[in-house]
Each structure stands twice: as structure tokens, then as C-alpha cells.
Design a protein around this ligand. Sequence first.
Ligand SMILES: [Zn+2]
Length: 226
Amino acid sequence: MTEWSYEGATGPDHWADLDPAWAIAKLGIRQSPIDLAGATDEVEGSLGLSYDKVTLTEVANDGHTLQVGVTAGGMLTFGQRTWTLGGLHFHTPSEHHIDGEAFDMEIHLVHTDDRNQLGVLGVFAEIAGGFGALSAVFDAAPDAGTTVDLRLEEIPVVDVLPPDRSRWFAYTGSLTTPPFTEQVQWVVLRQPLEVSESDVQQMRRLFGANARPVQPKHSRRVSSPG
Ligand SMILES: [Zn+2]
């Protein structure tokens, strides 16, 4: 597999040239992340998040982020479409911006539909005092190439969501990591989740900064209710 990273000769400026299959990183006009400012309130669909009883199963370090597995049954609905939750991972700082500002972290809950197309729920996170709901995940964070079982912790996926899920941004974009596939439905919640400073420090210690820079919006519209 082609090596890539977040800095230097294998960093974001070079991703499109590292592998012919990644050319869309430069040629695509629907790449992610983007700055979400300037959203229209003409909303194309309602958002449904159904994660009851879904819990985290294991955490793996793939060298670029922590990948967390989940039990079956998580569903994202947006407009007429439905996707099934496959897992989640983390970026520090956030990949999406609002008015030029990044948050301390962004969590991506990655879903797939029956045509194998992706729907990703983005959750901003910011450092607040005290114990973060995700500390068990970060405390368990394994070294590159290894996996730690989280089943005994029984951490609900809803712990990864902020209390207010009524405000969000939606647009069509791409994967923010190789192979940068487009036609990804993005929904990013407006209210950030609170995490602890040690959670963010643990991500930084393991991966440094692992956020792709914001990409041109081109003619895309971002919608947001209210
Ligand atoms: Zn991601």
C-alpha cells in the first residue's frame, strides 16, 4: 500500500501524485473537508440518528488514526436515504472549519448504504474540564498496528454525540483520506462534544496533527436548518 502522511513529501500537497488511484484528490471538485460557513437554510432532508444499544467493540491504531469498531444496528438517515454505521475514528484538530476556525477534534462516524456509498456523520469536539466520555477509548489507545478490545467497557455510541443533534450542516463531499472517493453524504453536527484535554493530548502524541486542509467548495451548497 502507498505510504502517506500529514506532512512533508508524503503530505496533503502530494497525495494526488503518490498513487494514480488518488488523482481525484487534486482533480475532484467535491473534495472534503470544507469550511461550512455560508450555509443556506434550504434544507433538503431531515436527519435521523438511530444508535440505541450500539456500543464500541475495539480500538485499533492504523498508523493514521484510532479506528473504533461498533456493534450492529446503528443507522443514519438523511432525506430518503439510509446508511448503516460501520465504525468511527478521530482527527485533531477538526477537518471541517466554521468561518475559518477549527475545533480541537473531529469524530467521523462512517456509514455505508446498500449500494456501498458512504454517509459520514462529523462531530466536532472541544476541550472542556473534567472527564471526557471517550477517555476509556483514548486511555486504551494501542501502538501502531495493534488492537485493544473495548467490549467489557460497554461504551454506548451515543456518548460520542453532543446533546443537541437538531442543528447540523449537510453537503456532498469525499473521503478526507485515501482514496478520496467522492459522492459521500456529509452531515456535521453544529454543537461540539466535550472531551478532556488528555484525550486530545493522547491523539496528538500518537499521530501529531492528522487533519486534511480545507478544500475548495466550488459550486457546492451547504445546507443547515435554522
Ligand atoms: Zn475521517
